[in-house]
Design a protein around this ligand. Sequence first.
Ligand code: ZN
Length: 116
Amino acid sequence: MATPDLTPDLLEDIRADLEAQLAQLEKSMAVTEEAVRPVELDQQAVGRLSRMDSLQNQHMSQNLQEREQVRYAAIQAALRRIEEGSYGRCTACGSTLLPGRLMVMPEVEQCSGCSS
Ligand SMILES: [Zn+2]
């Protein structure tokens, strides 16, 4: 299969994809936000084990929140590059990114040479 060029149509597809991902991420971030709230437990009702469980869950949610925030910023940056017309170029060396790569990872910023 030949690699398609980054045509306006394809760019529009990628923009729609990024916007959909951003909307989805906003929803899951709201859920994560709930999960990382300080654990308030009824000490009478909850045993030590479940308290440890919920602290562990909170910790996992914090890790998730960090990953979501990084991804959110990356998607927003990609949308900004589309607006600016610099999308599709490696932010490090300026070489053209492969459209096939952009379709799989639309928020990618650097070519495979620079990001490895
Ligand atoms: Zn590069």
